[in-house]
Design a protein around this ligand. Sequence first.
Ligand SMILES: [Fe+2]
Ligand SMILES: [Fe+2]
Length: 476
Amino acid sequence: MSYQAHTEQRILWGEMFFKSFYRLIQTAKIYQDNNESTKECVSEFVQAASQVCMGEDLEIHVTRGKFYLQEDKLLYRRENTAVVHSMLEFFEQRGIQGLCLYPSIEKASSDEIASFARLLNHSADREDSVDWLIQKIEGEGLKWVKMLEDRDASLQNSDPHFGRRARRTYSHALSSIKEVSQKISQKDNAGIRKARRMAQNMVDLVSERESLFLALSTIKDYDDYTFTHSVNVAVLSVCLGKRLGLSRTSLEHLGICGLFHDLGKVEVSTEIIHKAGDLNEQEWEVVRKHPLWSVKQILKMYIPHELKSKILLAPFEHHLKCNLSGYPKVNFKKSISLFGKILTIADVYDASTSHRCYTPDVYSPDQALKLMMNKAGKDFDANLLQVFVNMIGIYPVGTLLQLDTGELGLVLDCPSGHKNSRPRIVLLVEDGEGNFARGEVVDLADQDPGRSSFRRNIVKGLNPTAYGIQPAQFLL
Ligand SMILES: [Fe+2]
Ligand SMILES: [Fe+2]
């Protein structure tokens, strides 16, 4: 389907959904459940909802006075303005920020749906309409609908559950990239909706607490390397883009580029992907094709045209070096794009700090940064790399440190301007059987009372993988 046809369909279905929703609510005010008009409105509403959601959860949000359907702003023609505005007013009067309708709505009885419409109507008379609705929906066992939280408010308030949200975003991003890869290998049509939502969540998270969000990139999984690597590249790229002052929309596109950059690896045989030891020249030749294959897969995906055009170039460029060596071979006159330069840095950093099949070399974060700095201006854009190094810090979040007290600790953060750049760390307590638990948080800038020496000093950095430690587990 062409982009124009897709947009026209989106307008039509969105309008149909809101018109049927409006009619349902109006009818429920007047008629009883078993009335023919009510039944007709219920059936129209369910049909319209099924059309929009296409078997997925249907999310309706109100953000800054606009409706969003499945994360896309509602588009409608002028003749339907009155209906959409009435619905907006209806939502706003009740403080409703969002609703989610599950695909099981198709199996709900007409009475249940009419009763939901009546609850929505009556909630206007309640002081805390949304809480009342949540209770009533649960009380009446309406399992196909859920009230959604205020997305704006959750962004503005400092969230005590940040770690949980960050981990959830990471695992959902991981499953979204796995799903897309699986669909591609089965020659099914893959969509971008979930990956896009995860990229948006990443932008929210980095805006709230950059250092903790960055800690997500310490998650490594040898067996699932390609997928964790893709999410890590997205996390690191979004962080770097944020430091560069990119807009929210650009950060979202950058996050998607990170998630999809290695999508072309689905075409590389598993024997090559999982080969222990060096690849031969023929095998390398196949591996070198994966950036182009990533582009091919993105082109085939069901993605709105304007978004697709923004996320094609960087995956193509992610193995091109700053001096245009690397692969695939190109005859560019200019240098690679900003997104391409960001991906290259994030890609090499995550790959060098992860245990992979291709190479036995796995570096600690500080070693990896040192090696990369030696290639500034050649492999990497020197200015961007400097911003990246500043962002990761002298002691990157998640670095495992051995201390002169015999203790082990993980870098939690290194507040800027902190004494001699000494980080705060979380101590790891060993149970005698090689298992670690989270200990107290200590500040390496703390001095011994009455002395001018520091209480704890760093002996050296260690590789967390060698100790079976996943830093993110202790940090988030
Ligand atoms: Fe790659
Ligand atoms: Fe990669």
